[in-house]
Design a protein around this ligand. Structure first.
Ligand code: MG
Length: 340
Protein backbone atom coordinates (compact mmCIF):
# COMPACT_ATOMS: atom_id res chain seq x y z
CA UNK A 1 0.00 0.00 0.00
CA UNK A 2 2.81 2.36 1.02
CA UNK A 3 4.65 1.53 -2.16
CA UNK A 4 1.55 2.27 -4.21
CA UNK A 5 1.16 5.68 -2.56
CA UNK A 6 4.83 6.47 -3.06
CA UNK A 7 4.64 5.53 -6.71
CA UNK A 8 1.50 7.60 -7.07
CA UNK A 9 3.16 10.67 -5.55
CA UNK A 10 6.25 10.17 -7.71
CA UNK A 11 3.97 9.92 -10.72
CA UNK A 12 2.22 13.18 -9.78
CA UNK A 13 5.56 14.87 -9.18
CA UNK A 14 6.84 13.61 -12.52
CA UNK A 15 3.70 14.80 -14.25
CA UNK A 16 4.02 18.25 -12.72
CA UNK A 17 7.69 18.48 -13.62
CA UNK A 18 7.05 17.26 -17.14
CA UNK A 19 4.09 19.60 -17.34
CA UNK A 20 6.12 22.64 -16.37
CA UNK A 21 8.74 21.73 -18.96
CA UNK A 22 6.06 21.36 -21.57
CA UNK A 23 3.91 24.35 -20.82
CA UNK A 24 6.23 27.01 -19.40
CA UNK A 25 7.57 29.73 -21.66
CA UNK A 26 11.12 29.21 -22.85
CA UNK A 27 12.74 31.15 -20.02
CA UNK A 28 10.21 31.06 -17.20
CA UNK A 29 8.99 28.53 -14.65
CA UNK A 30 5.27 27.97 -14.37
CA UNK A 31 3.83 30.70 -12.12
CA UNK A 32 7.28 32.32 -11.84
CA UNK A 33 6.85 35.28 -9.50
CA UNK A 34 9.70 37.17 -11.19
CA UNK A 35 8.00 37.12 -14.57
CA UNK A 36 7.25 40.72 -15.67
CA UNK A 37 3.69 41.88 -15.37
CA UNK A 38 1.77 42.85 -18.52
CA UNK A 39 1.82 46.57 -19.23
CA UNK A 40 -1.32 48.32 -18.06
CA UNK A 41 -3.26 49.77 -20.99
CA UNK A 42 -6.42 51.86 -20.87
CA UNK A 43 -8.62 50.05 -23.41
CA UNK A 44 -10.32 53.25 -24.59
CA UNK A 45 -13.97 53.24 -25.59
CA UNK A 46 -15.78 51.64 -28.53
CA UNK A 47 -17.74 53.86 -30.89
CA UNK A 48 -21.51 53.98 -31.12
CA UNK A 49 -23.27 54.97 -34.35
CA UNK A 50 -23.73 58.45 -32.88
CA UNK A 51 -20.46 58.91 -31.02
CA UNK A 52 -16.93 58.15 -32.11
CA UNK A 53 -14.89 56.01 -29.71
CA UNK A 54 -11.46 56.45 -28.15
CA UNK A 55 -8.30 54.46 -28.94
CA UNK A 56 -6.44 52.33 -26.37
CA UNK A 57 -3.79 54.31 -24.52
CA UNK A 58 -0.85 52.59 -26.24
CA UNK A 59 -2.18 52.97 -29.79
CA UNK A 60 -0.75 55.14 -32.54
CA UNK A 61 -3.74 57.29 -33.42
CA UNK A 62 -3.93 57.80 -37.18
CA UNK A 63 -7.16 59.75 -37.27
CA UNK A 64 -9.35 60.92 -34.39
CA UNK A 65 -11.37 63.50 -36.32
CA UNK A 66 -9.16 66.46 -35.50
CA UNK A 67 -6.58 66.61 -38.31
CA UNK A 68 -4.85 64.75 -41.16
CA UNK A 69 -1.30 65.10 -39.81
CA UNK A 70 -0.65 61.34 -39.94
CA UNK A 71 -1.57 61.17 -43.65
CA UNK A 72 -0.10 62.19 -46.99
CA UNK A 73 -0.34 61.29 -50.67
CA UNK A 74 1.65 58.25 -51.83
CA UNK A 75 4.58 60.47 -52.89
CA UNK A 76 4.58 62.19 -49.51
CA UNK A 77 2.95 65.42 -50.68
CA UNK A 78 -0.04 66.64 -48.63
CA UNK A 79 -3.09 64.43 -49.22
CA UNK A 80 -6.09 65.86 -51.05
CA UNK A 81 -8.47 63.78 -48.93
CA UNK A 82 -10.51 66.02 -46.64
CA UNK A 83 -11.61 66.15 -43.05
CA UNK A 84 -15.37 66.36 -43.50
CA UNK A 85 -17.16 66.89 -40.19
CA UNK A 86 -14.65 64.72 -38.33
CA UNK A 87 -14.45 62.02 -41.01
CA UNK A 88 -11.53 61.37 -43.34
CA UNK A 89 -13.22 61.44 -46.74
CA UNK A 90 -11.91 60.31 -50.09
CA UNK A 91 -11.98 62.98 -52.78
CA UNK A 92 -12.46 61.05 -56.03
CA UNK A 93 -9.47 61.41 -58.30
CA UNK A 94 -7.11 62.51 -55.54
CA UNK A 95 -5.19 59.23 -55.29
CA UNK A 96 -4.51 56.99 -52.33
CA UNK A 97 -3.86 58.45 -48.90
CA UNK A 98 -1.07 56.81 -46.90
CA UNK A 99 0.37 57.09 -43.44
CA UNK A 100 3.69 58.81 -42.90
CA UNK A 101 4.61 56.15 -40.37
CA UNK A 102 5.42 52.60 -41.39
CA UNK A 103 3.98 49.55 -39.65
CA UNK A 104 4.86 45.87 -39.51
CA UNK A 105 2.98 43.33 -37.39
CA UNK A 106 0.06 45.20 -35.93
CA UNK A 107 -3.52 45.43 -34.73
CA UNK A 108 -5.63 47.97 -36.59
CA UNK A 109 -9.00 49.48 -35.86
CA UNK A 110 -10.76 51.47 -38.56
CA UNK A 111 -14.35 52.58 -39.14
CA UNK A 112 -15.84 53.33 -42.52
CA UNK A 113 -19.10 54.39 -44.11
CA UNK A 114 -19.98 53.99 -47.77
CA UNK A 115 -21.93 56.78 -49.52
CA UNK A 116 -25.64 57.18 -48.88
CA UNK A 117 -27.61 57.28 -51.10
CA UNK A 118 -25.57 54.63 -52.92
CA UNK A 119 -24.49 55.12 -56.51
CA UNK A 120 -23.42 52.55 -59.04
CA UNK A 121 -23.30 48.79 -58.70
CA UNK A 122 -20.88 45.92 -58.17
CA UNK A 123 -17.31 47.28 -57.82
CA UNK A 124 -18.50 50.79 -58.65
CA UNK A 125 -20.47 51.17 -55.40
CA UNK A 126 -18.76 52.45 -52.28
CA UNK A 127 -15.37 51.08 -53.31
CA UNK A 128 -12.25 51.90 -51.33
CA UNK A 129 -9.73 49.67 -49.61
CA UNK A 130 -7.52 49.28 -46.60
CA UNK A 131 -4.00 48.50 -47.76
CA UNK A 132 -0.98 47.15 -45.95
CA UNK A 133 2.53 47.25 -47.38
CA UNK A 134 2.35 50.63 -49.17
CA UNK A 135 -0.46 49.62 -51.51
CA UNK A 136 0.44 45.95 -51.94
CA UNK A 137 -2.16 44.05 -49.90
CA UNK A 138 -5.82 45.08 -49.85
CA UNK A 139 -8.61 44.30 -47.44
CA UNK A 140 -11.52 45.42 -49.61
CA UNK A 141 -13.88 48.20 -48.57
CA UNK A 142 -17.09 48.14 -50.60
CA UNK A 143 -20.81 48.72 -50.24
CA UNK A 144 -21.83 45.05 -50.10
CA UNK A 145 -25.33 45.69 -48.77
CA UNK A 146 -27.62 44.17 -51.37
CA UNK A 147 -24.95 44.81 -54.00
CA UNK A 148 -23.78 41.71 -55.83
CA UNK A 149 -20.23 41.49 -57.09
CA UNK A 150 -17.64 38.74 -57.44
CA UNK A 151 -17.12 37.10 -54.05
CA UNK A 152 -13.40 37.77 -53.75
CA UNK A 153 -14.02 41.47 -54.36
CA UNK A 154 -16.84 41.97 -51.85
CA UNK A 155 -16.51 43.94 -48.64
CA UNK A 156 -13.98 42.33 -46.31
CA UNK A 157 -12.37 40.20 -48.99
CA UNK A 158 -8.64 39.90 -49.29
CA UNK A 159 -8.97 41.20 -52.80
CA UNK A 160 -8.76 38.58 -55.53
CA UNK A 161 -7.78 35.93 -52.95
CA UNK A 162 -10.28 35.27 -50.14
CA UNK A 163 -13.97 36.23 -49.93
CA UNK A 164 -15.13 37.11 -46.42
CA UNK A 165 -16.49 34.13 -44.45
CA UNK A 166 -19.86 35.91 -44.18
CA UNK A 167 -21.42 39.15 -45.40
CA UNK A 168 -22.04 41.31 -42.31
CA UNK A 169 -22.21 44.63 -44.15
CA UNK A 170 -24.37 47.38 -42.78
CA UNK A 171 -26.48 49.67 -44.94
CA UNK A 172 -24.92 52.53 -46.96
CA UNK A 173 -24.07 55.50 -44.78
CA UNK A 174 -23.92 53.48 -41.55
CA UNK A 175 -20.62 53.29 -39.68
CA UNK A 176 -18.93 49.90 -39.82
CA UNK A 177 -15.79 48.61 -38.13
CA UNK A 178 -12.78 46.57 -39.15
CA UNK A 179 -10.50 45.13 -36.50
CA UNK A 180 -7.52 43.61 -38.22
CA UNK A 181 -4.49 41.58 -37.16
CA UNK A 182 -1.76 41.92 -39.76
CA UNK A 183 1.42 39.89 -40.05
CA UNK A 184 3.61 41.15 -42.87
CA UNK A 185 5.58 38.79 -45.10
CA UNK A 186 9.22 38.24 -44.21
CA UNK A 187 12.01 38.11 -46.76
CA UNK A 188 15.59 36.88 -46.60
CA UNK A 189 18.56 39.08 -47.44
CA UNK A 190 18.59 37.51 -50.91
CA UNK A 191 14.96 38.63 -51.41
CA UNK A 192 13.47 35.14 -51.07
CA UNK A 193 10.17 34.75 -49.21
CA UNK A 194 10.72 33.40 -45.70
CA UNK A 195 7.12 33.56 -44.49
CA UNK A 196 3.93 34.74 -46.17
CA UNK A 197 1.67 37.52 -44.93
CA UNK A 198 -1.31 36.57 -42.77
CA UNK A 199 -4.42 38.50 -41.85
CA UNK A 200 -7.39 38.14 -39.52
CA UNK A 201 -10.31 40.53 -39.94
CA UNK A 202 -13.38 41.22 -37.82
CA UNK A 203 -16.10 43.29 -39.50
CA UNK A 204 -18.65 44.80 -37.14
CA UNK A 205 -17.33 42.40 -34.47
CA UNK A 206 -17.79 39.25 -36.60
CA UNK A 207 -14.79 37.30 -37.84
CA UNK A 208 -14.68 37.36 -41.64
CA UNK A 209 -11.03 36.42 -42.32
CA UNK A 210 -9.48 33.82 -40.01
CA UNK A 211 -5.70 34.02 -40.19
CA UNK A 212 -5.61 33.53 -43.96
CA UNK A 213 -2.25 33.22 -45.69
CA UNK A 214 -1.82 35.63 -48.59
CA UNK A 215 -0.51 34.09 -51.78
CA UNK A 216 1.11 37.35 -52.89
CA UNK A 217 0.17 40.91 -53.70
CA UNK A 218 -3.50 41.66 -54.31
CA UNK A 219 -4.63 43.15 -57.59
CA UNK A 220 -7.32 43.25 -60.20
CA UNK A 221 -7.27 40.27 -62.56
CA UNK A 222 -3.74 39.24 -61.72
CA UNK A 223 -2.33 37.47 -58.69
CA UNK A 224 1.11 39.00 -58.54
CA UNK A 225 3.73 37.02 -56.63
CA UNK A 226 5.52 38.42 -53.62
CA UNK A 227 8.35 40.85 -54.23
CA UNK A 228 10.75 41.58 -51.39
CA UNK A 229 10.12 44.73 -49.38
CA UNK A 230 10.85 46.09 -45.90
CA UNK A 231 8.84 44.57 -43.07
CA UNK A 232 7.42 47.94 -42.03
CA UNK A 233 5.62 50.04 -44.64
CA UNK A 234 2.82 52.61 -44.61
CA UNK A 235 -0.87 51.78 -44.47
CA UNK A 236 -2.91 53.25 -47.31
CA UNK A 237 -6.55 54.00 -48.09
CA UNK A 238 -7.72 53.48 -51.65
CA UNK A 239 -9.26 56.13 -53.87
CA UNK A 240 -11.52 54.11 -56.17
CA UNK A 241 -13.61 57.07 -57.23
CA UNK A 242 -16.17 56.94 -54.42
CA UNK A 243 -16.36 59.37 -51.46
CA UNK A 244 -16.02 56.70 -48.76
CA UNK A 245 -15.53 58.09 -45.25
CA UNK A 246 -13.28 56.85 -42.44
CA UNK A 247 -13.04 57.63 -38.74
CA UNK A 248 -11.40 56.45 -35.51
CA UNK A 249 -8.33 54.87 -37.09
CA UNK A 250 -5.63 53.54 -34.79
CA UNK A 251 -2.82 51.00 -34.82
CA UNK A 252 -1.10 49.03 -32.09
CA UNK A 253 2.31 47.77 -33.10
CA UNK A 254 2.90 44.11 -32.18
CA UNK A 255 5.98 41.93 -32.44
CA UNK A 256 9.38 42.72 -30.98
CA UNK A 257 9.82 46.24 -29.58
CA UNK A 258 11.36 48.52 -32.18
CA UNK A 259 11.78 52.16 -33.11
CA UNK A 260 9.07 54.03 -34.99
CA UNK A 261 9.85 54.17 -38.70
CA UNK A 262 8.70 56.68 -41.27
CA UNK A 263 8.42 56.56 -45.04
CA UNK A 264 9.49 60.11 -45.81
CA UNK A 265 8.22 62.11 -48.79
CA UNK A 266 9.94 61.33 -52.08
CA UNK A 267 11.24 64.90 -52.32
CA UNK A 268 12.91 64.68 -48.90
CA UNK A 269 14.49 61.28 -49.61
CA UNK A 270 15.72 62.46 -53.02
CA UNK A 271 17.23 65.59 -51.46
CA UNK A 272 19.54 63.43 -49.34
CA UNK A 273 20.92 61.48 -52.31
CA UNK A 274 24.47 62.35 -53.34
CA UNK A 275 28.15 62.05 -52.53
CA UNK A 276 29.31 63.25 -49.13
CA UNK A 277 33.08 62.74 -49.28
CA UNK A 278 33.67 59.14 -48.22
CA UNK A 279 29.93 58.44 -48.00
CA UNK A 280 27.61 57.91 -50.93
CA UNK A 281 23.85 58.01 -50.41
CA UNK A 282 21.39 56.43 -52.84
CA UNK A 283 17.71 55.68 -52.46
CA UNK A 284 15.69 52.45 -52.54
CA UNK A 285 11.97 53.15 -52.02
CA UNK A 286 11.55 54.53 -48.53
CA UNK A 287 15.10 53.60 -47.55
CA UNK A 288 18.45 55.23 -48.10
CA UNK A 289 21.55 53.19 -48.88
CA UNK A 290 24.79 54.31 -47.28
CA UNK A 291 27.84 53.15 -49.23
CA UNK A 292 31.50 53.47 -48.45
CA UNK A 293 34.68 51.54 -49.16
CA UNK A 294 33.76 49.09 -46.41
CA UNK A 295 30.36 48.13 -47.80
CA UNK A 296 26.75 49.26 -47.74
CA UNK A 297 24.03 49.68 -45.13
CA UNK A 298 20.28 50.10 -45.53
CA UNK A 299 19.07 53.11 -43.55
CA UNK A 300 15.58 53.54 -42.09
CA UNK A 301 14.09 56.94 -41.17
CA UNK A 302 13.41 57.53 -37.50
CA UNK A 303 12.57 61.19 -38.11
CA UNK A 304 12.76 63.66 -40.98
CA UNK A 305 16.56 63.90 -40.60
CA UNK A 306 17.71 60.88 -38.56
CA UNK A 307 18.31 57.43 -40.02
CA UNK A 308 19.56 54.14 -38.57
CA UNK A 309 20.65 50.70 -39.70
CA UNK A 310 19.01 47.55 -38.33
CA UNK A 311 22.04 45.35 -38.86
CA UNK A 312 24.87 47.32 -37.31
CA UNK A 313 24.82 50.35 -35.01
CA UNK A 314 25.09 53.05 -37.66
CA UNK A 315 23.34 56.37 -37.05
CA UNK A 316 23.11 59.03 -39.75
CA UNK A 317 21.92 62.58 -39.20
CA UNK A 318 21.33 64.89 -42.15
CA UNK A 319 21.57 68.64 -41.93
CA UNK A 320 19.65 69.82 -45.01
CA UNK A 321 20.56 73.48 -44.50
CA UNK A 322 24.30 72.75 -44.64
CA UNK A 323 24.11 69.73 -46.99
CA UNK A 324 25.96 67.53 -44.54
CA UNK A 325 25.63 64.04 -43.10
CA UNK A 326 26.97 63.06 -39.69
CA UNK A 327 27.60 59.32 -39.48
CA UNK A 328 28.43 57.52 -36.25
CA UNK A 329 29.29 53.85 -35.94
CA UNK A 330 28.81 52.13 -32.58
CA UNK A 331 29.83 53.62 -29.27
CA UNK A 332 33.50 53.74 -30.17
CA UNK A 333 33.36 54.26 -33.91
CA UNK A 334 33.47 58.01 -33.73
CA UNK A 335 31.64 60.42 -35.94
CA UNK A 336 32.40 61.54 -39.46
CA UNK A 337 30.82 64.54 -41.10
CA UNK A 338 30.54 64.57 -44.88
CA UNK A 339 29.54 67.48 -47.04
CA UNK A 340 27.74 67.26 -50.38
MG1 MG B 1 -11.05 48.50 -53.31
Amino acid sequence: MKTTRLLASVFVLTALTTGSALFAGPHWLGHDRDRPQPTVVDPGMPSTPEKVGRAPSDAVVLFDGSNLSAWCAMNGEPTKWINHDGALECVPGSGYARTLQSFGECQVHVEFATPNPPHGKSQGRGNSGFFFGMGRYEVQVLDSYENKTYADGSCGSVYNQYPPLVNVSRKPGEWQTYDILWTPPKFGIDGSLKSAARVTVFQNGVVIQNNVVLIGETGWLERAPYKAHPEKLPIALQDHGNPVRYRNIWVRELGAPSKPEFYLPDAVLDSYVGNYGRWKITRDGGNLILATDGGTAVLFAESATHFFSKVVDIQAEFDPANHTIRVSVGEDGGEVVGRK
